[in-house]
Design a protein around this ligand. Sequence first.
Ligand code: CA
Length: 231
Amino acid sequence: MRVLIVEDDERIASFLTKGLKAEGYATLVARDGYEALAVSEAEGEALDLVLLDLGLPRIDGRVVLRSLRDRLPALPVIILTARDDVESKVQGLDSGAADYVTKPFHFEELLARIRASLRARDQTASSVLVVGDLQLDLVTKVAWRDGRRIDLAPREWALLELLMRHPHQVLSRAQILDRVWEYDFDPGSNIVDVYVGYLRRKLNAPGCAPLLQTVRGAGYRLLPPEGPGEG
Ligand code: CA
């Protein structure tokens, strides 16, 4: 297991390195946000988990988190920070952090949270993506909404998988073109809008809330409907 420690405080970084090594983890350290992005780029899928401080020199931890979510959506990120206000916690978790631990922390508890995040990753990586009442089984390649099976063409599938791996996040047409069509497509083409239209028709059903939102001038995002009592 390879853990990237993103921490500018020398003492905490070396404490974490020693502790994690003693538990059998391989560790790498990045001292600022810029280094974190460079290391994660170089390591890619070889990384198993990231411990991320928020208050970082050069590039803030929240920006690092967004970039990691975007490039390596399956990589669990545990925020480890002195920022203990509710707003920061909510924002961190909503931005896709697997967990949020505040300093000072108990090392035993941090280890347990690392194990829990790795277990969650292993379970979701192999099987099913879930957003609201929508499920995508990555093994059998079947989509379900509210118990109803949805048949998807390959591009529709790829588009839905991309959106489901980044719920709440606005994806631009260019990003979608790049990831789903994977080759240089005329950026003026309306193919993304056409496929979003196909998906919408298939996902929508009487009594079900719309999931796929158009964000004017920005792109599209998948938003799970608010459950009863949550709004
Ligand atoms: Ca710091």
